[in-house]
Design a protein around this ligand. Structure first.
Ligand code: FUL
Length: 480
C-alpha cells in the first residue's frame, strides 16, 4: 500500500481494525437515532487514503486528442494516434507543481482505444506507429507519477464503441481482461474510475459489476472504485462544484448486510442511490428519514481546465485562469470532496503552455496561502463543541480551515459558527453547515486577537473540530 506520508499511513493502519463504513439502522429507530448512527459511520482505510489526496489530475488523452472529438465512435484507425513528443514526466511535473497528489488517466475512453498494449483488442497503441508500436502510455504515466510522488489511478470506460460484442456477455469478459491487465501491470492504483456514460446496466447475466469489483479488491485492495462503484460517488456535476451541505454518510433503502461487492441486494440499493446522485439533498436529516442502512460514500467532483475533456487547439483560449481555478479548488477541496481537475495533453503528448502556466500559478498561490498556519504555536482551548485559539496579539486571517476527525468519529457537525475576538468580545464572522473531512471558508480579511469555531448542531456528540487560519497572498496579478 502506498501512502502519502507516514502520518497518513499510521492513521489508516490504526483505524483498519475499527473501520465502520456501514451501519444497519434498527427498525423503529427515530430520526434522531438515525442521525446519531449516521454520525458513527466512518471511512474505510482505502476511502480515507483516497480522501487525503484532495486535489488530483484527471487526464483525458487518446484517440480524441487527434480527431478533435469528445466522443469517438470507435471506427478510428489506430494509426491516428500519433503523439510527436510524448513526455509523461512533463505532465507529472506540472501536476506536482500545482499541488496535485495523484493522476487518473483515461486508459480507455468510450471509443475503445487502449493506451496500453492489450491482449483484449487490436484497437490499441500496439497497432499505432507511436514508438513503432512498442509504446505503452499507461506504463510511462504510471512511472512518471511514481517518480514525482503522485499516486496513479485509471479511468476505464465501461462503454466501448469499438468492440462488436458490447452489450453481450462476451463484453463482460473483454472488460474483465482489460481490468486484469491494468490491475496487474502498473503498480499500485489508488483509484479505479468507471464512467457512468452509457455504462452497462446492472445485470449479473450480462455485465456483472460485482465480479469486476471483486477482481479489483483481489488485485488492488487499496484502490477506491469510483462513480459506478462502492467507494466514491460522483458529486453530480461536471463543474467542480459541491453542495453547500456535502454529507459522506448516506442512506441505503435496504437493510441487507454484507459487502457491496458480495451481496446483490446491497449493491442494488447503492445502485438506486447512485441514480439519485444529482439530487440536491442526499444526506440531511430529511434524506435520512427512510434509511435502512448507512454507508460512507464520499463525493468526488470533476471539471476540465478547458472547455472540453480532450485537448483542441481551438480551445486554448478557454483555459481557466488562476482566479477561477482557485474558486473551484476552495469550493471543492474545501467542500468535503476530492477535486479531479482535468488537464488534457495536446497532440505532442505534452501539457500545453497555457495550462502549465495556470497550474503553476494555482500551485504557487496555494503554497503561499497554506505555508503559514496563523494558529500554530498559539494557546488553544478545545472542547467537544468549541475550538478556541488565542493569537497572543493581533493577526489578520481570511481563510479558515476546519476538519472533523472523520476517521475516528465520522461526520457529525450539522452547523457551526466562526467568531473572532476583537479585543473585547466575540464577533461572528461566518456560519456554515457541514464540515466533514475538510471545510475551508474564504472570508474578508479580519484582524483578531483570537478565533473560535462553535458547533451549533451535531449528530450525537460532536468531538472537536480542528481549526487552522491563513491569509491568502494579496490579490493575484492576472496570470496572462
Ligand atoms: C463523461 C464522459 O462522457 C466524458 O467524455 C468524460 O470522460 C467525463 C469525465 O465523463 O461521462
Amino acid at each position: 500500500m502506498r501512502f502519502l506520508d507516514p502520518v497518513a499511513a499510521t492513521l489508516a493502519v490504526a483505524i483498519a481494525a475499527a473501520a465502520q463504513d456501514t451501519v444497519i439502522v434498527p427498525s423503529g429507530a427515530s430520526l434522531d437515532e438515525i442521525a446519531r448512527l449516521a454520525g458513527e459511520v466512518r471511512p474505510s482505510p482505502r476511502q480515507l487514503q483516497w480522501q487525503q489526496h484532495g486535489f488530483v489530475a484527471f487526464v483525458h488523452f487518446g484517440m480524441n486528442t487527434f480527431t478533435d472529438r469528445e466522443w469517438g465512435d470507435g471506427k478510428e484507425s489506430p494509426s491516428t494516434f500519433a503523439p510527436t513528443d510524448f513526455d509523461a514526466g512533463q505532465w507529472a511535473r506540472a501536476f506536482a507543481d500545482a499541488g496535485m497528489r495523484g493522476v487518473v488517466l483515461t486508459c480507455k475512453h468510450h471509443d475503445g482505444f487502449c493506451l496500453w498494449p492489450s491482449a483484449s483488442t487490436e484497437h490499441d497503441v500496439a497497432n499505432s506507429a507511436w514508438r513503432n508500436g512498442d509504446g505503452d502510455v499507461v506504463a510511462e504515466v504510471a512511472d512518471a507519477c511514481r517518480e514525482h510522488g503522485l499516486s496513479f489511478g485509471i479511468y476505464l470506460s465501461p462503454w466501448d464503441r469499438n468492440t462488436t460484442v458490447f452489450g453481450t456477455r462476451a463484453y463482460h469478459d473483454v472488460f474483465q481482461q482489460q481490468l486484469r491487465e491494468l490491475c496487474t501491470s502498473y503498480g499500485t492504483l489508488f483509484e479505479v474510475w468507471f464512467d457512468g456514460a452509457h455504462c452497462p446496466a446492472d445485470d449479473p447475466e450480462a455485465f456483472d459489476w460485482q465480479s469486476h469489483f471483486r477482481l479489483i479488491r483481489e488485485l488492488q485492495p487499496t484502490a477506491c472504485i469510483a462513480i459506478t462503484g462502492p467507494d466514491v460517488r460522483w458529486v453530480g456535476n461536471e463543474a467542480g462544484s459541491t453542495r453547500e451541505q456535502e454529507w459522506s454518510a448516506l442512506p441505503l433503502d435496504a437493510a441487507d448486510t454484507g459487502a457491496i461487492e458480495e451481496n446483490r441486494a446491497v449493491w442494488r440499493s447503492l445502485w438506486r442511490l447512485r441514480e439519485k446522485c444529482q439530487t440536491p439533498d442526499l444526506g440531511s436529516r430529511t434524506a435520512l428519514a427512510d434509511a435502512r442502512r448507512l454507508v460512507w460514500w464520499p463525493a468526488e467532483t470533476d471539471v476540465s481546465i478547458r472547455k472540453g475533456w480532450f485537448w483542441r487547439a481551438s480551445e486554448d483560449a478557454t483555459v481557466k485562469q488562476k482566479r477561477e481555478l482557485l474558486d473551484i479548488w476552495f469550493r471543492a477541496v474545501g467542500g468535503n470532496a476530492v477535486l479531479l481537475l482535468n488537464v488534457p495533453p495536446d497532440r505532442r503528448g505534452r501539457i500545453a503552455d497555457p495550462d502549465v502556466a495556470a497550474l503553476a500559478a494555482v500551485g504557487a498561490h496555494l503554497r503561499a496561502t497554506f505555508a503559514t498556519d496563523l494558529t500554530e504555536g498559539c494557546k488553544r482551548r478545545e472542547s467537544a463543541t468549541a475550538t478556541e485559539v488565542w493569537f497572543g496579539g493581533e493577526r489578520t486571517f481570511d481563510v479558515v480551515d476546519l476538519r472533523e476527525d472523520v476517521a475516528a468519529n465520522g461526520q457529525r457537525v450539522e452547523s457551526f459558527r466562526i467568531d473572532r475576538w476583537d479585543g473585547e468580545r466575540w464577533v461572528e464572522v461566518a456560519t456554515g453547515g457541514t464540515i466533514g473531512f475538510r471545510r475551508i471558508l474564504r472570508l474578508k480579511p479580519s484582524a483578531a486577537h483570537g478565533i473560535r469555531c462553535v458547533v451549533t448542531k451535531s449528530r450525537g456528540q460532536p468531538l472537536g473540530v480542528k481549526l487552522a487560519a491563513h491569509l491568502e497572498p494579496s490579490e493575484p496579478k492576472p496570470s496572462k
